[in-house]
Design a protein around this ligand. Structure first.
Ligand code: BGC
Length: 283
């Protein structure tokens, strides 16, 4: 299909049981813990078959597959380092062999290697950029190839495919001591919007979700003690930490046909962290 060919009109399928992702195949990277785990479970609950990507935790991946299957869902676990091109390509081959296609990619895998700037090693820089940015590039590229190969299947979804990039409030909030992480998320923001511009004519949708402080292992230092939690709340107008489910619900919605005209946006799920909370009482 070329850019100039007219696109067919897509009729919303009639769905007796309203599972938002019924019959779709989703691949979630970094799905064994934190936000990725919640996303995988919510997608399965909404009727998607889920590929659980993980980097090293075999037992955690097995447990998650069993948990989803026990609830009547379908899942497989695929180990792959998302920053490695061959491993990413092998993962997509395996996923497509198993489930027939991929309709949804959740580019969730991400990590932090924090350090004062002048002490940051090249390895800390490369690891974070490699997983958080290059990893999203490699997975998105494979997904787009598959979406274009298959095209729109109206009985499954209005779109040929959906990508959700896990970004962060730090795609707009600078973050001292975390220069590699903030740079990776700033990159995710413009990568996502640029891909969005390019793939829209193929009815491929891509959006970012930008979580604020969410209760996951990545930021335990920020919520693990009462003192830390009180400090954190100074940055959150809504005065509660986010839960992985808060983010998972937004991801499921963006992946669903309910969000069919939502494309190339950054959806902040942050309790208002990006509202300049320092100005709550002054300025
Ligand atoms: C980071 C967390 C941090 C949050 C808000 C996230 O992207 O991974 O460590 O707590 O942003 O600053």
């Amino acid at each position: 299909m070329s850019n100039s060919e007219p696109l067919p009109d897509v009729v919303m399928p009639f769905c007796p049981v309203r599972q938002m992702l019924r019959g779709q195949k989703a691949l979630v990277t970094g799905a064994v813990s934190g936000i990725g785990r919640a996303v995988a479970i919510h997608m399965a609950q909404e009727g998607a078959s889920v590929v659980i990507n993980y980097a090293s935790n075999d037992a955690g991946a097995r447990d998650l597959v069993e948990e989803i299957e026990a609830k009547g869902g379908a899942a497989i676990a695929v180990k792959a380092d998302v920053s490695d091109e061959e491993q990413v390509q092998a993962m997509f081959r395996r996923a497509i062999a198993e489930f027939g296609t991929i309709d949804i990619l959740v580019n969730n895998a991400g990590l932090q290697k924090d350090s004062p700037f002048e002490e940051m090693t090249l390895s800390q820089w490369n690891t974070v950029l490699g997983v958080n940015l290059t990893g999203q590039f490699l997975c998105a590229r494979e997904a787009v190839r598959e979406f274009k190969r298959r095209g729109v299947v109206p009985a499954v979804s209005c779109a040929a495919g959906k990508i959700i990039s896990m970004s962060s409030v730090h795609e707009v909030i600078p973050w001292a001591g975390h220069v590699n992480y903030a740079a990776s998320k700033g990159g995710v923001m413009l990568m996502t919007k640029s891909i969005a511009q390019e793939v829209a004519p193929y009815r491929i949708r891509i959006n970012s979700v930008c979580p604020g402080a969410i209760r996951t292992p990545i930021n335990r230092d920020a919520w693990g003690t009462q003192e830390a939690y009180a400090e954190l709340m100074k940055l959150v107008p809504y005065k509660r930490i986010g839960e992985p489910e808060d983010v998972a619900r937004a991801v499921v919605w963006l992946a669903s046909d309910d969000a069919d005209y939502v494309h190339g946006v950054s959806l902040f799920v942050d309790g208002g962290m990006t509202l300049y909370p320092g100005f709550e009482t002054g300025g």
